[in-house]
Design a protein around this ligand. Sequence first.
Ligand SMILES: [Zn+2]
Length: 106
Amino acid sequence: MSVNVVFDSVLKDTTKHLCHEYWAYASPNDYIAHLKRLCYDHNMKIDELFTTLAKCQAYLDDIHCGYCGRPYQLDVPADIPYARRLNSWFCEGCISFSGGQLIVDR
Ligand SMILES: [Zn+2]
């Protein structure tokens, strides 16, 4: 599996490292413990952690929209096992463009 993390270019290396650590975790079972650990290791509060994470975006580079080819954008690590179970996926832009027809065709 490969998660592609895209950063805001002004981010420091320590911040990039934090984002990589966050996205390296794919199991939803103890997500909260994972967050607490990151806060502890990087000496930040949970709201700072989320502010930092919002500066990077993660994509699955092996799952693409079946219509436009855009990579699957992840919101939380728990999306990873979910996305892997899909046979096909269409991005929100294509679904709304097609008036929902892309979902029906799945
Ligand atoms: Zn698309």
